[in-house]
Ligand binder design. Structure first.
Ligand code: GAF
Length: 380
């Protein structure tokens, strides 16, 4: 059954259309977004779809193909408050709530969501839901908002309805992505540039190694890292860590406690690595960026301390089998690593990772290739 047919089945009338939004991998630039720095993600060829229609009242009815079949979450837009929706429905309903908070006149909607973005793999399945709903609501309400404006709406839904203190990277990648390109985003100005990322043409593949270790952004480590960064910026007297450069690190080491210094050093050096990666992509292409991916992983492992044994093993075993560079991607504490690999080495890398995980007694990882795809939009 198509999503349109399932929508009719569930709601008793046809949808006005179907919209899709992709997940993302981040090539480089981790935890730099909420420090107003630089990121380089790309939208992947796996997406979330939403079949949607407008209602004449202010009720939102939302269902999904991945929740219990009969589950229908019903929310009254007029009565909603921040944090007022629990579970997965907080993402779609949160977007309509955030649009209202931003001053837009939003009516009720019927929504049915389906997704091919694996949940908990660090590939932004939540941002994909937000962005699919955002583009559907934008078009059906005739709001005319840009991708960058919708990204902020999605981020607000996630920060205030879901309660996860995340940055704007994931939504930006999902909305602004373009086939064959990575999105170079300045998270302070929201200025985005598309940087060619030719994988197939260069005989390369980007493998995702999903460790299947789950992570949570809403609690624990992510929020703690964000707080450390804020403390670091405060002590250094800057608006955000974006304002520091490598030349400031000597002074920072004298002013900050040892742990906060390492957090700060990760952000400062990571921002420099993102810019170096973009320059190399433009001058030499993706084959040249391996060492920067490796250095990023070491910085996340040792300075920012957001890796874990499974992610380190995914990186080390893929590099040992000939990957050109590898790093964990996303928020950390689990989720996925990426490995830039020559096409002829894919099987060897996959086998080495599988063997290493089996040898360590870890859950078998999922290994698959992703490529840069178009951002969110209406499904023709
Ligand atoms: C998660 C967050 F949602 C992003 O905003 C970003 O901070 C990322 O972790 C780390 O780079 O995906």
């Amino acid at each position: 059954m198509t999503l349109t047919q399932q929508f009719e089945d569930r709601f008793g009338h046809p949808p006005a259309g179907v919209w899709a939004a992709p997940g993302r991998v981040n090539v480089i630039g981790e935890h730099t977004d909420y420090n107003e720095g630089f990121v380089l993600p790309f939208a992947i060829d796996r997406s979330t779809q939403v079949a949607a229609s407008m209602r004449n009242d202010t009720t939102v009815r939302v269902s999904s193909t991945f929740s219990r079949k009969s589950e229908l979450v019903i929310s009254e837009l007029d009565e909603l408050t921040a944090g007022g929706v629990e579970g997965w429905a907080a993402y779609p309903v949160g977007v309509l709530w955030a649009l209202r908070q931003a001053g837009h006149e939003i009516r009720g909607m019927d929504l049915l969501i389906d997704s091919q973005v694996p949940v908990g793999a660090g590939l932004s399945s939540s941002a994909a839901i937000e962005c699919a709903v955002a583009v559907a609501a934008n078009e059906l309400h005739g709001l005319g908002l840009s991708g960058s404006e919708l990204a902020l709406i999605g981020q607000r839904a996630e920060n205030e309805m879901v309660g996860a203190p995340t940055g704007v990277m994931d939504q930006s990648a999902s909305l602004l992505g373009k086939h064959g390109h990575a999105v170079f985003l300045d998270c302070r100005s929201q200025h985005a540039e598309l940087v060619p990322f030719p994988l197939q043409e260069e005989g390369l593949a980007l493998l995702v190694i999903d460790t299947r270790v789950s992570h949570s952004h809403a609690t624990g480590g992510y929020a703690a890292r964000r707080r450390s960064c804020e403390v670091g910026a405060d002590v250094m007297g800057v608006a955000a860590l974006r304002d520091l450069s490598e030349g400031d690190l000597a002074e920072a080491s004298g002013l900050l406690d040892e742990e906060t210094f390492r957090r700060v050093r990760h952000i400062v050096t990571e921002n420099a690595r993102v810019q170096a990666t973009v320059e190399l992509l433009r001058s030499e292409g993706p084959r040249a960026i391996g060492p920067l991916l490796d250095a990023s992983h070491v910085s996340m492992r040792d300075d920012f301390e957001i890796s874990c044994a499974e992610l380190d093993l995914a990186v080390d075993s893929s590099r040992g089998a000939g990957a050109l560079g590898a790093r964990m991607t996303g928020g950390g504490f689990g989720g996925s690593a990426i490995a830039l690999t020559q096409v002829e080495d894919i099987d060897r890398v996959r086998a080495a990772v599988m063997e290493a995980f089996a040898g360590a007694g870890f859950t078998e990882p999922l290994v698959f290739a992703v490529s840069p795809a178009d951002g969110a939009g209406r499904v023709p």
